[in-house]
Design a protein. Structure first.
Length: 461
């Protein structure tokens, strides 16, 4: 079907141009003898106003339609006498493509996010979700652009894996065995050698370990793919399926890692200012007042850095009654993370060098024998946006960390080989893409930046 996209018509059309548009009705109203139809095709936030004159043939058939119906309009652009738009569309012919039943769940403006989550297949028709998914696409593109410009090679880490990167045991198992009739050995235990891969396999929690393979020959690589975590948490910041961007680069340490992460976040924000201007304006006006100014300040300012040990001191001295008490060695909880970035630093803050007991086996052990060379980037409202580290590239310390954390050395011998055969210091991080979107849109729940969110107890579609 030949048509003009409304984005192009609004940006470049001139009075007198003949255009054909197709889209979904945002609103219909009649004022005196004239009918107004706002039509949106998702190519941009704004709709085109079709002005239907009194004696237009087929006028009734169109004006009786409601929000959500799809429509094709051929006509001519005219200078709009009204406020709010430069051009109107004067129809020559209008065709209703698909009527919308009055029971459509997205009829009313101002419907709550929570309600819309229950009808996630219809919510992209709303202004908010249209803007979210345009921005999601634009920022995905920005991710690739950033790394490509810096000479990083895109690495497709596997989705099906037999490694557990984070060692947290929060993996979704993948099997073709019949759960009703599991093959068992003489000892009564399940015999996974009978499974599809001849061993236990899962969905990946992170593409890092496999990205390290490629970084040990191509030097600078990144993955951007879906990751899965079977954590039972139902916080607004956790999803069971989310996308992660993970650069991995050789001949680099924690300071290089931090610099890359800061540069990356700022460059994504700059991209949004430039290429998502209209959608961002909507989020600024309707979702979080002052969002754009806050993000602009972040893109300009230097991010803070604090040692974990110092962060604990700050929290101890904060004079707060924490729900989770703090002392050296405890993991930071959301309340602590938010205090540090929102009230203490008042900007994005890297917390570096956590106790090694809190972190996975692959992180570089610092000389103090107690901490690892890692970083978490905390940002206001969202908390942890990035987790990363310098990797343990020395064979012996790696093997002893594997032992300490109960990792089967045989299963990870390939990972140790990368240290045996020409090791090199290297570092990387993972940025949770949905968390970035929450940060950039002002939305407070991860379910509102995923098309079909997967969280405990919910995997519709
Ligand atoms: O801190 P994490 O667990 O780090 C890793 O997976 C490393 N292997 C990354 C690396 O160094 N290559 O996860 C990284 C980021 C977090 O900072 C957070 O933004 C996001 O992934 N994340 C989640 N996002 C949504 N839902 C969840 N359940 C998430 N878990 C982590
Ligand atoms: Mg983390």
């Amino acid at each position: 079907m030949k048509r003009d996209e409304i984005k192009d018509v609004l940006a470049r059309g001139k009075a007198g141009d003949a255009v054909t548009v197709a889209g979904w009705i945002k609103s219909v109203r009649e004022s005196k003898s004239v009918g107004f139809v706002h039509l949106n095709d998702g190519s941009t936030f704004d709709s085109i106003q079709v002005v239907v004159p009194e004696n237009f043939p087929g006028r009734e058939a169109v004006l009786k339609q409601i929000t959500g119906a799809s429509l094709r309009v051929e006509g001519r652009l005219v200078a709009s006498p009204g406020k709010g738009q430069a051009l109107d569309l004067e129809p020559a012919s209008m065709t209703v493509i698909g009527e919308c039943d009055a029971s459509s769940p997205v009829q009313k403006a101002g419907t709550s996010y929570e309600f819309l989550r229950g009808v996630a297949h219809m919510r992209p028709r709303t202004n908010t979700f249209g803007a979210v998914f345009r921005m999601r696409s634009e920022l995905s593109f920005a991710v690739h652009q950033f790394f490509r410009q810096k000479g990083f090679v895109l690495c497709h880490s596997p989705i099906l894996t037999t490694s557990d990167c984070e060692g947290a045991g929060a993996m979704f198992q993948v099997t073709t065995l019949d759960a009703e009739k599991l093959p068992r050995g003489a000892d009564g235990r399940v015999d996974w050698s009978k499974d599809f891969f001849g061993e236990k396999a899962s969905l990946t929690v992170s593409g890092q370990l496999e990205a390290e393979i490629l970084a040990m020959s191509l030097s600078k690589v990144y993955t951007f793919g879906p990751t899965f975590r079977a954590e039972p948490s139902t916080t607004p910041r956790h999803a069971a399926e989310f996308w992660m961007i993970e650069p991995e680069f050789a001949f680099a340490d924690l300071a290089d890692d931090r610099a890359l992460a800061e540069d990356f976040v700022k460059s994504l924000l700059e991209h949004a200012f430039k290429h998502c201007e209209r959608d961002l304006r909507f989020f600024d006006e309707r979702v979080e007042k002052g969002l754009r100014a806050k993000l602009e300040a972040v893109a300009k300012a230097e991010f803070g850095v604090i040692e974990y040990t110092e962060a604990i001191r700050v929290l101890e001295k904060a004079g707060r009654a924490w729900n989770y008490p703090v002392s050296w060695g405890v993991d930071l909880q959301t309340e602590h993370e938010r205090y540090l970035t929102e009230e203490y630093a008042k900007r994005p803050l890297f917390v570096v060098n956590y106790p090694r007991s809190l972190k996975p086996f692959y992180m570089y052990c610092n000389d103090d024998g107690k901490t690892v060379a890692c970083m978490d980037l905390l940002v206001p409202r969202v908390g942890e946006l990035i987790g990363g580290s310098q990797r343990e590239h020395r064979l012996e310390p790696l093997l002893s960390r594997m032992k300490e954390t109960g990792i089967d050395e045989r299963a990870y011998s390939w990972y140790a080989d990368l240290r045996r055969f020409g090791t090199a210091p290297h570092a990387g991080f993972g940025l949770g893409f949905e968390r970035l979107l929450m940060y950039a849109t002002g939305l407070e729940n991860i379910r509102d930046v995923s098309l079909c969110p997967r969280v405990p107890g919910f995997a519709k579609f």
